[in-house]
Design a protein around this ligand. Structure first.
Ligand SMILES: Cc1cc2nc3c(=O)[nH]c(=O)nc-3n(C[C@H](O)[C@H](O)[C@H](O)COP(=O)(O)OP(=O)(O)OC[C@H]3O[C@@H](n4cnc5c(N)ncnc54)[C@H](O)[C@@H]3O)c2cc1C
Length: 287
């Protein structure tokens, strides 16, 4: 599989991993859980740099921020009381929906964000939660929004660099959250996934709403037009339909072996509606 690989390194620090990446001269590849790297088996790789011993396996809550090290596995996220207690547990839910138990025991959060897949389940949730990523270069560390990682203008953000941490601002009290995934089977990647958050005021008007979707564009996206349209309006069935119409306009799905673009667009509506109804039910709002 990796018959051209000349060396396998397991650095004990981020600094050493970055040095190895730099000296690899474009032929080195970071590997964390390896669930994507092993499938891809890129024949141009000469050096593999395993970052799982580099001190990036942790989940911490400090004040109003929850920080997660990049090599934290999906299984660890799924089991963590901190992650289960954050935003209705939607990140734990997305982690639990990531492939089979064998995949979840290996797959890391950093790998899920770095592989560039539009169907990455954790990425959709983290976009809705407005998470930041911390990227380490040889020159130092820099925090940026997760959305920036997916911006076409920021391509190359991970050149000779590592995602070392994900920082999630603890959401304001009163918000309710929901995550929905549709796959061909229990263990398949998403055909569509949706993460939503909603807070209503005492008169059932939308204080804020966040809607993120995966597998329906080049990268996971926020449905910003739908969010804007909803702000301040009374939360009822009419508004849900308006939001779903706008979401269907915002997405740009493709046809592939798993589903047609048309089916995906329809499922965006269905999953968004379910997610919003679930958020509303959790606030005690009866529609
Ligand atoms: C059978 C199967 C089912 C799957 N099902 C799902 C699913 O349901 N949902 C889902 O979201 N994904 C799924 N995946 C995809 C994959 O398992 C996940 O995206 C996983 O989180 C990748 O993490 P990893 O640690 O294994 O990444 P790796 O394979 O180790 O790395 C992936 C890429 O990211 C780079 N990388 C890794 N860590 C870092 C870092 N910290 N900084 C910079 N670059 C880094 C690597 O160089 C590589 O290019 C599935 C994969 C398989 C094989």
């Amino acid at each position: 599989m990796f018959d051209k690989v000349e060396a396998f390194y397991r650095p004990a620090s981020v600094r050493e991993a970055l040095r190895l990446l730099h000296t690899g001269n474009g032929k080195a590849r970071v590997v964390a859980g390896g669930t994507d790297v092993a499938v891809e088996a890129d024949p141009s790789i000469r050096f593999l740099i395993d970052i799982t011993q580099a001190g990036l396996d942790y989940i911490r809550r400090k004040g109003n921020v929850c920080t997660i090290g990049a090599t934290t596995t999906m299984a660890a996220l799924e089991a963590s009381p901190v992650i289960r207690g954050l935003a209705g547990g939607i990140l734990a839910q997305a982690a639990a929906a990531c492939g089979s138990v064998q995949i979840r025991n290996m797959a890391t959060l950093g790998g899920n964000l770095s592989n560039g897949s539009p169907a990455a389940d954790a990425a959709t949730v983290l976009l809705a939660l407005e998470a930041e990523i911390v990227v380490a270069h040889q020159r130092g560390r820099k925090a940026s929004s997760l959305a920036a990682l997916y911006s076409p203008l920021r391509q190359g953000l991970l050149h000779e660099a590592l995602i070392v941490e994900v920082a999630i601002p603890i959401p304001a009290r009163g918000g309710r959250w929901s995550f929905h995934k549709l796959g061909r089977t229990e263990v398949d990647i998403s055909l569509v996934n949706v993460a939503a958050g909603l807070q209503l005021d005492s008169r059932n008007r939308v204080k804020w709403v966040r809607i993120a979707l995966g597998a329906v564009a080049n990268s996971p996206i926020r449905a910003v037009n739908a969010e804007t349209l909803a702000a301040g309006r009374t939360f009822d069935e009419i508004l849900i339909e308006d939001i779903c119409d706008e979401v269907a306009r915002e997405v740009t799905p493709i046809t592939d072996v798993r589903a047609s673009a048309e089916y995906r667009r329809t499922m965006c509506r269905v999953l968004t509606k379910r997610a919003l109804q679930e958020c509303a039910a959790r606030t005690g709002c009866s529609l």
